[in-house]
Design a protein around this ligand. Structure first.
Ligand code: ARG
Length: 381
């Protein structure tokens, strides 16, 4: 199939499908200029739109059905990883205006639909990664680390944003990106709201907790809508700042009571693994185990004074069993040994061995446990 044919087909089918996505969030408010610069307005074939998030300097994450040839034509009913041509896309970052005014404009170089975006996974694995023509100047928003799970448990008030419509039957998206807050719901609640298999109603699939989460008020009123697909669901991270947890996927209508919005679960499970395989830098790493100890210096410096009449002939500094430094023939009575600890280590031992001219070994052991220093000094042997 030629690219032009594919594009024509996309346009034709998009115009024939009932309720073809126009383009924002229901019950939200316009995003003030300058905010959420990492949210992308994605235009496909000049006809329909999606939203996305810059997750690495050259990669935008959007929905599977915004990248899959068959998925986009069928509005998600026929998933397959076969991508739309990269030339079909245009996207803007760093602007809240749908017109793209003042934004950073990009074309797309490569379209990578989740390899598990297939019919046997229902409407799950609804993710596409778009490689941009060139790296963006915007700071990307990374997917939160698995250890940050407490920041997106059911009940947490998350933030959703997008360039989609402000009502289910709106004919056009608003001129400005919208943002709203919706509580994350439990998997059990989501499964009850979307029990069906692939139902006949467009956008009404079944909930699969491995690859989805849902968010919304039981009474409805606030939700993502057509054109928001692929856009971010954000939370505050425990250490400060915001993180990306999920991407807008589907819903029955928009903002209906008992029908929360369903989002692709990015932060854990199969989709996290897919993202890891294509753009590992999109994932915020778990902090190294152990408590971080900001008050401990990273450069540790130890003054040593040897007994009268002895001089150092060799000084060795160890971190645990690892030799950090070795000074040969220092020839001095007063010395300073230096070691660099690895950040985030709350439990470690620095050992300094000094061989002296008197054929003695002076050993100094510094132990740090739970961010406190316990110094023991021992001479001998
Ligand atoms: N599938 C829609 C899109 O392509 C997103 C629908 C979200 N619906 C909802 N009720 N939260 O833009």
């Amino acid at each position: 199939m030629s690219r032009r044919f594919v594009l024509c087909l996309t346009l034709l089918l998009a115009s024939l499908l009932p309720g073809a996505p126009a383009g924002a969030v229901v019950g939200g408010k316009p995003v003030p200029p300058g905010q959420l610069p990492f949210v992308a307005n994605v235009t496909i074939g000049g006809s329909f739109g999606c939203t996305g998030t810059l997750v690495a300097p050259q990669w935008v994450l959007t929905a599977g059905h915004c990248g899959s040839l068959t998925g986009s034509l069928s509005e998600g009913l026929l998933p397959s990883p076969a991508p739309l041509p990269a030339s079909a896309y245009a996207l803007t970052l760093n602007t809240v205006y749908a017109s793209g005014q003042g934004g950073e404009h990009h074309t797309v170089r490569q379209v990578r639909v989740d390899t598990d975006y297939v019919p046997t996974n229902g409407v799950g694995n609804d993710v596409t990664l778009l490689e941009l023509d060139r790296p963006s100047q915007i700071t990307p928003l990374r997917i939160v680390a698995p250890s940050a799970r407490s920041s997106w448990l059911p009940g947490v008030l998350s933030t959703v944003a997008g360039f989609g419509t402000t009502a289910q039957d709106a004919s056009a998206p608003p001129p400005q990106m919208q943002v709203a807050r919706v509580p994350i719901q439990s998997d059990a609640y989501c499964a009850k709201a979307y029990p069906g298999g692939l139902s006949t109603a467009v956008d009404d699939g079944s909930f699969d907790a491995r690859t989805m989460l849902c968010a919304g008020y039981p009474q409805g009123g606030t939700d993502t809508c057509q054109g928001d697909s692929g856009g971010p669901l954000l939370v505050s991270r425990p250490g400060g700042g915001i993180g990306l947890v999920a991407a807008t996927s589907f819903g029955n209508g928009c903002a209906k009571p008992g029908k929360p919005g369903v989002y692709a679960r990015l932060a854990e499970g199969p989709i996290r693994r897919f993202v890891q395989s294509v753009v590992p830098s999109a994932l915020a790493p778990d902090p190294p185990s152990g408590r971080s100890c900001p008050r401990l210096p990273e450069r540790l410096s130890f003054p040593l004074r040897l007994a009268r009449g002895t001089r150092a002939t060799r000084v060795r500094v160890y971190l645990g069993a690892r030799l950090l430094r070795s000074y040969a023939g220092a020839g001095a009575r007063r010395l300073r040994a230096v070691g660099v600890r690895r950040p985030h280590h709350s439990r470690f031992t620095i050992t300094i061995r000094v061989r002296t001219s008197a054929h003695r070994t002076v050993v100094i052991v510094d132990r740090y446990t739970g961010c406190r220093e316990v110094r023991t000094r021992r001479e001998g042997k």
